[in-house]
Design a protein around this ligand. Sequence first.
Ligand code: SF4
Length: 413
Amino acid sequence: MSEKTHSGKHLTKVVGEAYMDLHARAAQGAFVVWIAINVPAELFYGFDNVVYGVPESHAALNAAKGAGVTQCEKAERLGYSMDLCSYARIDIGSVSDKGMDSPTFGLPKPDLLVSDTNNCSLLVKWFEVHHREMGVPHFIIDVPFCYEPQKEKDRQYIIRQFKDLIKTIERLSGQTFDEKKAMQAVANTSEGINHWKRFLTFAEHRPSGITAFDSFVQMAPFLVARGTPQFVEHYRMLADETEQRVADGIFPVPDEKYRLFWDNIAPWHQLRDMSGRLAALGTNIVGATYTSCIGTVEGSFELFAFDGGDPLEYCARTQNCYMCPHGMKLRGKSMKEAVQKLNIDGIVFASNRSCKPYSITQMDQQKLMTGQFGVPSVMIEVDHADARKYSRESTFTRLEALIEAIEAGRRAV
Ligand code: SF4
């Protein structure tokens, strides 16, 4: 969705204020935590003065604003390999000169690092670098991978670690945790995600009311503001405005001929170029595994709502919503569900040179979706945040070949 929409402008405001607030409160003495995206930020609202930053989200913002390569190269000059995840290189590069080229002036120095094992082991090692360099404690939440719906014993194991995390913050910050406040934050998250899911449903319309690129950009509040009333307000505005635009006949690709689905992290440095060039071909990437999994439980497309019960239970239950910890079966299930729901003509498997855990099963998924279910697909090479590992022309040659394959399939019917 373009910046001219109210929700586009509001997004800039929400994200800008979140980073300004983080810096201001850190400067005034708030306890600062750096977290991985899956860590339940809602728990921090149970304390009076704990704030958090998300290095992955900050890295994505750097890439989207054109600073990704500059930051990566700083890390490489320090000896980190180009083969490491570009989010890690951007973050390490940004920290190395105190956020000099960052659009948000980096993140304020942390008092605690909290990583988890659900998405990848690289992230834990990356946070270990900060632990060593800054001398800051590092709390690691161990979340079992999932090949089927979460087991009760796994959930209890995660909850015990959340309780340890709360005690650790109480001890380090001198603040007391109030579960009622955390519960309100969880309720806010759940309500906001309900609107987010409503927003995504406009992809079902023909032509689609949204593009996956809109959803990539609009993910930001989920990472920097979840748990807050602003989070609810933002996603309500986004869904309402999209509903109105669809009712008014305003569509991002009005002459939509081909509806595609994206598998992997957003190509942050290519959003504008890729969406514009595809639109010129009457093509819209209407959905993505990356954004449809938010607020779900493993392998599902549907919202997993908070029932007003134990907030720790809800946070533990939704720990595996992202794709990386999913085995083949769950990935295949969620992709098939999305492809059917959104009437997808073709799938773009974006093999990501940075994110191996996301990319590792894509060839098998491609076999499944194209071989078994007959959905044409293509594999392209990207890096979500390092533009040096992306070739625009070879990508579009493949995307055009996918469109031809869809056309050929239509002619054959
Ligand atoms: S490799 Fe993938 S899952 Fe791991 S930190 Fe990078 S983007 Fe995240």
